[in-house]
Design a protein around this ligand. Structure first.
Ligand SMILES: *Cc1c(COP(=O)(O)O)cnc(C)c1O
Length: 437
């Protein structure tokens, strides 16, 4: 049912520090770390939440500021990457990462806005076929967007939004999701990787099963883009979207990406705006909307030039490293982390456990480390300069990023976890949570 050709896994790890150093010395991607700003004094393992700034992004941002300074309005056509074509050009670069053709991807809007735009485009309730199928482990904003989309169509999400249940609060069983693809379902919308457990769903299988039942299907790939190869065209996904600021290192709240399969270019974008107009005729200023027959047709507003600028630099690094090599190192790092935790930290008094699938083809880029004191352990890690994050009820998410983390940092975090339990260091932190964790 699954395959990931480039990934072969047969590691033999050891748990000593010298071995961590050895893994780093053999790492073909090690040289990319020096192109990033690593916050001083930290072991940064939170790139699945916010990727770091690279020197390449810094220079594409500074160049854009200079262009604005020097060119004013002329920047729309005369900047190095003319702003008028920026969304399409960066989309075309990102298309290489997701197995799409250049005109099937565009950099536009924001993640949740793109959910609205694409869900409204593809959700066509008709007679008894009016339900949306999603899942109960989804990221909240996706569910809020789906519920509001249904309300706007006069439908009742309590009745018509079907959330596929999880087996155990961590994972989804694809076959159980497929069973819910009934003839009452008008749209399936799922995440590629579950944000808490890190489970990677079988996108190809789910897409085929949805299509066999005549249902369009889209994916939120925020937690997999830049970490995992995608083959949207080959898998025949109808649409997808993802943010740029996690594994793609595009900067906090940066512009987002969307993919529309070329077979749907003729569909009318549900949320129309003038930047979705046929490029050559946009400035005819006609009042009748004629959308570009490409993903670019789903743009609403002018491109956010300043928040798109860092993405030019960060995509350059990702493409240079190559998504297959990134995936290979990512799996090696997460396998190593799981090995270290199971070897030394899984029993009394440590009691850490792994809440991420073991099979490489079922996991994204981070590891969910479960502990009943997870929140306070994560605080204690932060105090030691190790940045991870916590997701209720008990998950510390640890994301070793192939482009800038080292195997030694992975080893280091497990040493710090050990220390925190040995010395009960978590106990001094309050039980309540902060606004952002
Ligand atoms: C990060 C993330 C988002 C972020 O949404 P924004 O609109 O960019 O704030 C949405 N969905 C998923 C699954 C995510 O992981």
């Amino acid at each position: 049912m699954r395959k990931e050709a480039s990934v072969t896994l047969n590691y033999r790890f050891r748990d000593d520090e010298a071995f961590a150093r050895k893994l780093d010395s053999e790492d073909p991607l090690a040289k990319f770390r020096q192109r990033f700003y690593i916050p001083k004094g930290t072991t940064y393992l939170d790139g699945n939440s916010l990727g770091l700034l690279s020197k390449d992004s810094e220079s594409s941002v500074l160049r854009t500021l200079d262009e604005w300074k020097a060119l004013g309005i002329r920047g729309w056509l005369e900047a190095k990457t003319p702003w008028f074509y920026l969304a399409e050009q960066l989309g075309a670069k990102c298309a290489k990462l997701v197995g799409a053709e250049p005109e099937e991807v565009v950099l536009t809007g924001a993640t949740t806005v793109n959910i609205h735009s694409l869900v409204h485009t593809f959700y066509q309730p008709n007679g008894k076929r009016k339900k949306i199928l999603a899942d109960e482990l989804n990221f909240p904003t996706d569910i809020y967007a789906l519920k509001s989309a249904m309300r706007l169509r006069g439908l009742n999400p309590v009745k018509d939004l079907v959330l596929a249940p999880s087996v155990d609060g961590r994972f989804l069983d694809e076959d159980r999701v497929v069973k819910l693809m009934t003839d009452e379902v008008a749209l399936v919308f799922l995440p590629s990787v579950l944000y808490r457990s890190g489970q990677l769903l079988d996108i190809q299988y789910l897409t085929k099963e949805a299509h066999d039942r005549g249902i369009p299907i889209g994916f939120d790939c925020s937690h997999s883009a830049g970490a995992v190869p995608h083959y949207f065209d080959k898998w025949d996904v109808d649409f997808a979207l993802w943010c740029s600021y996690k594994y793609l290192n595009g900067g906090p709240g940066g512009a987002a990406f969307l993919y529309v399969n070329k077979k749907h270019f003729g569909r009318e974008p549900a949320l129309a705006g003038w930047f979705g107009y046929v490029k050559e005729k946009q400035f005819d200023m006609s009042l009748d909307f004629e959308h570009s027959k490409s993903a670019a047709g789903w743009q609403i507003s002018s491109p956010a030039v300043l928040s798109s600028a860092p993405i030019e630099g960060s995509l350059k690094i990702t493409l240079e490293a190559g998504i297959d090599r990134i995936r290979e190192k990512s799996l090696k790092m997460t396998s190593y982390l799981m090995f270290l935790i199971e070897e030394a930290l899984s029993e009394e008094p440590y009691n850490f456990s792994i809440g991420t699938p073991r099979e490489p083809e079922r996991r994204g880029g981070h590891v969910a480390v479960e502990h009943e004191e997870g929140r306070r352990v994560s605080e204690a890690l932060k105090e030691k300069g190790v940045i991870t994050d916590f997701r209720p009820p008990n998950v510390i998410r640890i994301a070793p990023i192939p482009l800038y983390n080292t195997f030694h940092e992975v080893w280091n975090v497990t040493q710090r976890l050990k220390e925190i339990i040995d010395r009960k260091e978590y106990a001094k932190f309050p039980i309540e949570r902060k606004a952002i964790s």
